[in-house]
Unconditional design. Sequence first.
Length: 343
Amino acid sequence: LQQRRGLRLSAPAAIQVTVRDALNQALDEELERDERVFLLGEEVAQYDGAYKISRGLWKKYGDKRVIDTPISEMGFAGIAVGAAMAGLRPVCEFMTFNFSMQAIDQVINSAAKTCYMSAGSIAVPVVFRGPNGAAAGVGAQHSQCFAAWYGHCPGLKVVSPWSSEDAKGLLKASIRDDNPVVMLESELLYSVPFEMSEQAQSKEFIVPIGKAKIERQGTHVTLVSHSRPVGHCIEAAAVLSKEGVECEVINLRTIRPMDIETVEASVVKTNHLVTVEGGWPQFGVGAEICARIMEGPAFNYLDAPAVRVTGADVPMPYAKILEDNCIPQVKDIVFAVKKALNI
């Protein structure tokens, strides 16, 4: 009616969208856009997904596009890799990335290495996605972060979203990429709403793989993180700001290829570096960032050693109070920043 009257309508504003809904939106849009895309995994179809990421997709696209598999990660990951080699674009959901260890031969040996071993003649455009890292009260065998595991392997791209825009944009970019991509999500973020911009609501919105995002500008110290700890870094930055310390928070978004240039530029500005991750310390993502900074031009701008904040170097305890103390908290980041700044 307003249009008929010649009134100018305002553009759609930013809206609140949960990470779960952002992922569902990305899958829906890519299934609609490209008939080669299909989703497979345990309970992804009739049950709408263990975490309801694929809610409504089976009813909309049917059995050939959204496929329930037996409980055999090695089997259905192999089917996904073979389908990708044959020209399809499968999205393979692991109910948790801890179960991907059952299929790690398919991910590493079959998916990651085939393009190289075929001299570039065979592409493997498959996405392996699902929850990664610690959830809540699920014990040691269901709480590992696989960012360092898969980030170690050439031939893979590895992404790790924090916000709803990250989740939607990275999943769409991953599905469209001609390389195998591992997408590590956080179960604890699925129900968290984030503001989604007008641009991100577009069907053509993607987040480029390999590009970090500065979530908060700062001048005193650089905080680099990925996935759920990005939120902890922003909270810590707010606490420290009241004490006159301004933190620059970088959301890494991609583990491999790593956007070290954005981190270097920030370190050149702030002269201090703190990395934050939920994974174990040894050979972790933070260790790689520190090594890259030490080997590159930004090292000469550091006024103090870089500091890592990580998960505790133990299998995850089941007891809640122990679990809380094994995962980086805001207070741990504040402590690390003050240590880096010697205050």
